[in-house]
Design a protein around this ligand. Structure first.
Ligand SMILES: NC(=O)c1ccc[n+]([C@@H]2O[C@H](COP(=O)([O-])OP(=O)(O)OC[C@H]3O[C@@H](n4cnc5c(N)ncnc54)[C@H](O)[C@@H]3O)[C@@H](O)[C@H]2O)c1
Length: 332
């Protein structure tokens, strides 16, 4: 059994704890959170150790650590995990600063155990099936990837204020997914951003709540990402792959599959699954499965380098808006 310790028992950490505890080849090796009651609650739920400090986690018998703490702590915890010869699965993004993320990747380049970044969307069964259609040739030559990702509502002000901005916090998932789907590195980035949902907050944070990004590759393939912080109808997650031989669509998930027809309405459907914990639950399960596989000698689907590359694309998005032009990724 692979023993995985958890750092951070907040929104996503609690979910990871449940998934690890239920995994047939993993055990939860204990938890730590600076907010002791949160850690105690998760420790009690799963009957595991509530470590007194991060140092105690890294000195423990755990094989691996899952980092689900705020982004500004990620780099230190990745390095500490590697120094303790543990495998690491760290939530996205690697850091808010590209230079820090690159320095971290250099510092741990000699790691002998896997380091993965939590780009869970790569593991979504629908997204993977769409990608498989491209990779096995059913779509012919891939021309365009279209990713729509809209949150069901504005995050709290305090979250937005420390998020590092929409491209590093939210779009980063889609930037990674675009790389994954295109199967080719992005060479150029053009972004536009607007403050349409909460202009005052966005102005204060020098951020955007509504963005569109165009990515291009050396061979001319295109990816378009549209994000909004607030879709009134719910968490909108769709990916479309278009090629010379066809199109693949990984569509939204609803709370159930029934549809109702009546006078004046057709195919009235259930609401979309609320947010990422529900919508990407299969993906989060598969992510942990891949992490355990990787620790047992398999291949990690997402690497630290993928985390750094996505952050470079996020940086290019901000630069594209600031400079009003297309940015060559090699210059970032
Ligand atoms: N993959 C995804 O879809 C996804 C979704 C949400 C969040 N995230 C990422 O996960 C991370 C955590 O996000 P969240 O929404 O769970 O945040 P959260 O605020 O709900 O939880 C963070 C937890 O970490 C604890 N903490 C803070 N500093 C700590 C430290 N130094 N050591 C140990 N614990 C510490 C806090 O007390 C809190 O309980 C962020 O980096 C975020 O970007 C990823």
């Amino acid at each position: 059994m692979t023993r995985i310790a958890l750092l951070g028992c907040g929104r996503i950490g609690r979910m990871h704890a449940d998934i690890i505890a239920a995994h047939p080849r993993a055990t939860l090796a204990g938890v730590y959170d600076t907010h002791a009651p949160s850690a105690q609650e998760v420790a009690d739920k799963h009957g595991v150790t509530n470590f007194a400090s991060p140092e105690a986690v890294f000195a423990s018998e755990a094989d691996a650590v899952l980092v689900a703490t705020p982004t500004t702590t990620h780099v230190d915890f990745i390095k500490a995990g590697v120094a303790a010869n543990m495998a690491v699965l760290c939530e996205k993004p690697v850091d808010l600063d590209l230079a820090n993320a690159r320095a971290c990747a250099e510092a741990v380049a000699g790691a002998t155990r896997p380091i993965m970044i939590g780009f869970c969307r790569r593991f979504d069964p629908g997204h993977r099936a769409a990608r498989a259609a491209h990779r096995d040739g059913r779509l012919g030559d891939l021309h365009q990837v279209i990713i729509t990702s809209r949150d069901p509502g504005m995050a709290p002000d305090a979250y937005i204020e420390t998020s590092g901005g929409i491209f590093r916090d939210m779009t980063i998932h889609d930037l990674d997914l675009a790389r994954f789907m295109l199967d080719e590195e992005v060479t150029h980035v053009t972004a536009t951003g607007a403050r349409l949902v909460d202009p005052a907050l966005m102005q204060r944070c020098d951020d955007y709540d509504t963005v569109t990004v165009v990515l291009t590759t050396a061979s001319g393939k295109q990816a378009v990402i549209t994000n909004s912080r607030a879709a009134c109808y719910g968490y909108d997650q769709r990916v479309e792959l278009f090629g010379s031989g066809g199109m693949a669509l990984s569509d939204n998930h609803r709370t159930h599959a029934a549809q109702v027809w009546g006078e004046g309405y057709t195919g009235q459907a259930a609401p979309l699954q609320h947010f990422f914990i529900e919508r990407y639950r299969d993906a989060f399960n598969a992510e942990i499965d891949n992490f355990v596989d990787a620790i047992e000698g398999g291949t990690p689907e997402v690497t630290l380098n993928d985390g750094v590359k996505a952050l470079a694309l996020a940086e290019a998005c901000f630069r594209s808006i600031a400079e009003g032009r297309t940015i060559a990724v090699k210059d970032v």
